[in-house]
Design a protein around this ligand. Structure first.
Ligand SMILES: [Zn+2]
Length: 96
């Protein structure tokens, strides 16, 4: 039980790291108003891949044990945050 919770938390942390890389690369951006919401940035997903590879070869593993696993997490983080704009802002604008 304790073990699986820890694995889950590691997984969460890796997911956050992957999202951070996407944000840093500009592939995903965080809403300035709604900090918990991220959406598609100006850069393509490949920018996040490039940054992930660059940091990986510098020795920053971001908690991952292999580069393909890191790439997969980048892919997932990007796909989960690839709306064209903040859904919250969009629904607020629609209400005005
Ligand atoms: Zn927003």
């Amino acid at each position: 039980m304790g073990q699986s919770k820890r694995l889950y938390e590691d997984d969460q942390r890796r997911g956050m790291s992957a999202l951070d890389i996407c944000i840093e690369a500009g592939a995903v951006q965080r809403c300035e108003i709604h900090e918990h919401i991220c959406f598609d940035g100006r850069q393509p997903k490949s920018a996040a891949y490039d940054l992930a590879k660059k940091t990986w070869y510098k020795g920053e593993k971001h908690g991952f044990d292999s580069l393909p696993n890191l790439m997969e997490a980048i892919d997932e983080a990007y796909n989960q945050n690839s709306e064209s704009k903040c859904a919250q802002c969009a629904s607020n604008a629609a209400r005005d």
